[in-house]
Design a protein. Sequence first.
Length: 374
Amino acid sequence: MELRFSAPFDPNSEPEGFFESFPSRPAVFALFPSESAATSPPYLGRTRDLRRRLNRLLAKREHSRMFNLREFARRVEWQAVGSSFEGQWLIYLLNKHYYPRHYRTRLRLKPPPLLKLNLRNRFPRCYPTRRLLRDGSHYYGPFPSQVAAERFAAEFLDFFKIRRCVEELDPNPSHPGCIYSQMKMCLAPCFAGCTDDEYQGEVGRVLEFLDGQGRALVHSLAEERARASEALEFEQAAKLHAKLEKVNGLLHQKPDLARNLRDLHALMMQKGAEEKSVLFFRVWRGELRGPVTLSLDENVPSPLPLDRQLHNLLDSLAGDSPQFVPGFPLWEHLSLLARWYYSSFREGELVVLNAEQTIPHTRLIRICRKILAV
């Protein structure tokens, strides 16, 4: 993998004005050793000021204890970036290429918190996990933290009656049950308190809630409340209203990014390194694709309409094309996406797409102009 620009470096014959030839702007860089030390991987870094950082690392210093790579470096590669996420993305790709065994440790990558619903189990349950496997389960997330995933799971499961125990169940009437079965908050498959079909029906309601962002449950409770009011059952209507308020509060707290990974489609927009340009990443079932650059410079010979440019660019990142066959664990991209999305210093915008993945061209163009105005 190569960065966009490259320059040789010789500590014994450093040209005059060498450091002034580098831009004083955010960039990602790589310092390569001599050919005789070709087995050594390059030194990788990202910085807000490339010129100042290279001067600190490569300038000649006498009797200094500062970290210096002047005797190591023989070639400099660099590429300007327009946002911190673009720099993080390039560093991820570089580390994966040059440090294939240690890049996760170097980048402090770890799987993000998810919710898992394993449908292969006779009596499925929903629980937090950081292990993303190809086992036919439904995974929901990513969440900002393990605590957030556990809290959401505990609160939304109060509206359903699937089990929360971790044991492998073999229904037996002699089973003592648990506190949830005693409180009528579980169908109690452990002591055959329900049939398999009844339990699978409840699991289907859980799937409907998670896949539909809670809309089905809200609609159902609203209808029940209306019927109770019409029947003058005001006490029951008040209970349903309180329950509905609790559901709405829970859904309000749930991050918009947290959804079924197979339905996690979005567009990430970042300020580009080039003037009047916006960088697009496409999130396709949790996988990051791109980037592609949209230029909003009107001084071009034959400009295409912006909506046509957007359509062409984003179409190049869509679909299950062979060029996008993943050669990586999906959780790595989810980790980078969650790290950016839940950061308190987040730059750029994320537009979550609907199930039909309709591209809101007008909205995207408006966001592009907003990003460039900052």
